[in-house]
Design a protein around this ligand. Structure first.
Ligand code: COA
Length: 179
């Protein structure tokens, strides 16, 4: 395996690129300030743009590591930054965990599936990662639909908590293993 980091990727309709602090206004407006997007996420809705800036600074720092993968999702047609997608290594599971979220106004247009297909192609075929995990709240079936469309297989029920432990969700765990 040779890690290359979150280099820019392209699909028919999207550019996937690193996030930066300068993106804060668009990120806050489009998804981090929206309860609909944060509802089943480990993070809570951002109450101010400062919280978004802080997260983006952290992402910029982490993305300097070649084995850390997070991209902003940009619509080619309008250059709008509409969401993010990540693959973060989880020591306890020895797998890369996939996460994603996009602005509510763009849900159900196939953008997350299109992003995830490209990310998986890159991580599997260019980097050589073989083990992935993805978890979604039972009350959030759209996320499971995306996972299945790229080949994730249901493994078991579980639960996960928000970072601050104020939210707890019954969840479904999916794996994707490359032989
Ligand atoms: C989950 C999320 C990322 C999906 O993004 P998206 O760009 O709308 O996804 P896509 O359009 O690629 O695919 C959505 C699929 O879910 C399906 N879907 C939507 N609502 C659904 C529902 N209530 N029940 C079952 N399936 C549903 C759609 O039909 C579609 O599948 P199809 O193409 O086979 O018809 C988006 O809803 C989101 O950002 N949610 C908030 C953040 C979040 O929950 N992230 C996941 C955390 S695990």
């Amino acid at each position: 395996m040779k890690h290359k980091g979150s280099i820019s990727l392209e699909t028919d309709r999207l550019i996937l690129r690193k996030l930066k602090e300068d993106d804060a206004e668009e990120v806050y407006k489009n998804w981090t300030s929206d309860d609909n997007v944060s509802k089943y996420m480990r993070w809570n809705t951002h109450k101010s743009i400062e919280e978004t800036k802080c997260w983006l600074r952290e992402e910029e720092k982490n993305c300097k590591e070649k084995n850390y993968y997070t991209w902003g999702i940009v619509l080619k047609e309008t250059e709008e930054l509409i969401g993010s997608i990540s693959a973060i290594y989880r020591n306890e599971e020895e797998r890369y965990e996939i996460g994603y979220g996009i602005s509510k106004k763009y849900w159900n247009n196939g953008y997350t599936t299109e992003s995830l297909k490209k990310v998986m192609d890159y991580l599997i075929n260019d980097i050589g990662i073989k083990k992935f995990v993805c978890k979604h709240a039972k009350l959030n079936p759209a996320s499971g639909a995306v996972m299945r469309k790229v080949g994730f297989k249901y493994i078991k029920d579980d639960y996960y908590e928000s970072f601050d432990k104020t939210k707890k969700y019954e969840s479904k765990i999916y794996y994707l293993d490359i032989d």
